[in-house]
Design a protein around this ligand. Structure first.
Ligand code: FE
Ligand code: ZN
Ligand code: FE
Ligand code: FE
Length: 194
């Protein structure tokens, strides 16, 4: 590893391996998700990922280098953690929240990787390559943002409600009478739990 140009190629090989592993993992994530919005987010990012693989292939062609020959061990590990979640049973919303946590680790890893290679390409004066890498970086950023939105709106709220219902049934039985009286379900459950 003697030049920034070599480093750029090595790092892009890592990303190429990572993206190809994701092509296999994302359909499984989509299948394991319960919320339709989350299924859709995984499926549409799978489509984007196909384009990202192609973009990398175009860049390698331009640099007259091969994209092959490296295995991204970090992505292998992240996907293995995702597989553990896929195989878990439990409350569907909690599981969705776990899938999101796993997927966001993947996106952040990709964001770090593409940010670096984009910067290297810029430093090397490879403007069109830097622009292509920036396009993928923007897609990864948008995917990450979308997952945050899903976590904040649908998924985690459902998971928390499921948790509250459980607490209401198991732990705060005395509060249940008063809760139908004042109709303030969540507040009563929270007070009981606290
Ligand atoms: Fe990607
Ligand atoms: Zn890697
Ligand atoms: Fe850490
Ligand atoms: Fe991604």
């Amino acid at each position: 590893m003697n030049s920034l140009h070599e480093l750029l190629i090595e790092e892009m090989k890592d990303l190429y391996s990572a993206e190809n592993q994701l092509l296999k993992a994302l359909p499984k994530m989509a299948k394991a998700a319960s919320a339709p919005e989350l299924k859709e987010a995984f499926t549409s990012h799978l489509e984007e990922t196909r384009g990202q693989v192609q973009r990398l292939e175009e860049i390698f062609e331009e640099l007259e280098a091969s994209p092959r020959g490296k295995k991204c061990k970090a992505m292998e590990g992240l996907i293995a953690e995702g597989k553990d979640i896929i195989e878990e049973d439990g409350n569907p919303s909690v599981k969705d929240a776990a899938l999101i946590a796993s997927a966001q680790r993947v996106e952040h890893y990709e964001i770090a990787g593409y940010g670096c290679v984009r910067t290297f390409a810029n430093l090397l004066g490879l403007q069109s390559i830097a622009n292509k890498l920036q396009e993928t970086l923007d897609e990864e950023g948008a995917a990450d943002h979308k997952l945050t939105e899903l976590a904040e709106t649908i998924i985690n709220v459902d998971a928390e409600n499921a948790d509250d219902d459980e607490e209401a049934e198991e732990e705060v039985k005395p509060a249940r009478t008063s809760r139908s009286a004042n109709g303030n379900v969540r507040k009563t459950a929270k007070a009981g739990a606290a």
